[in-house]
Design a protein around this ligand. Structure first.
Ligand code: SF4
Ligand code: SF4
Length: 132
């Protein structure tokens, strides 16, 4: 049933690993954004002021970026190791984020593609949890 939330995504196809993580993350919820490499790579969280001074997030950013470079095609890192794509994976695990700062999800192609302006929450997914 189309209840006007978000946008349909049937044109995309995802790998086995991406579908597995998306299912695990979205279990019991109406998850909107697949946990997929194409979405991880377009995520703007790495540039966000909310995480800029977080040692935890910056460390994870470095290590997950390196891990992804070495990973076979179609594989995805563990969501806990990626400091971003919170619209898919939910609240940040790092505890030193500054939520008083502005969220830049509105500049993100994933946000636009999945119509996240129409859902609640539609920003600061690292604080409020995943988009459903
Ligand atoms: S909408 Fe926000 S959390 Fe989701 S991929 Fe884009 S920048 Fe990351
Ligand atoms: S979800 Fe929004 S506030 Fe949180 S890190 Fe990503 S862009 Fe920044």
């Amino acid at each position: 049933m189309d209840i006007g939330k978000g946008k349909t995504t049937e044109k995309m196809s995802f790998t086995e690993a991406e579908n597995r993580f998306t299912e695990e993350k979205g279990r019991g919820t109406d998850l909107l954004v697949p946990y997929a490499r194409s979405n991880i790579e377009r995520c703007m969280c790495s540039l966000c002021p909310v995480q800029a001074d977080s040692k935890c997030a910056q460390d994870k950013l470095q290590s997950s970026g390196k891990a992804m470079k070495d990973m076979p095609e179609g594989e995805v890192p563990n969501p806990e190791d990626v400091p971003g794509i919170y619209c898919s994976t939910g609240k940040a695990t790092c505890r030193d984020l500054n939520f008083d700062r502005e969220c830049i999800c509105g500049t993100c192609e994933v946000w636009k593609e999945y119509g996240l302006e129409e859902v609640d929450p539609n920003n600061h997914f690292c604080l409020h949890g995943r988009a459903t």
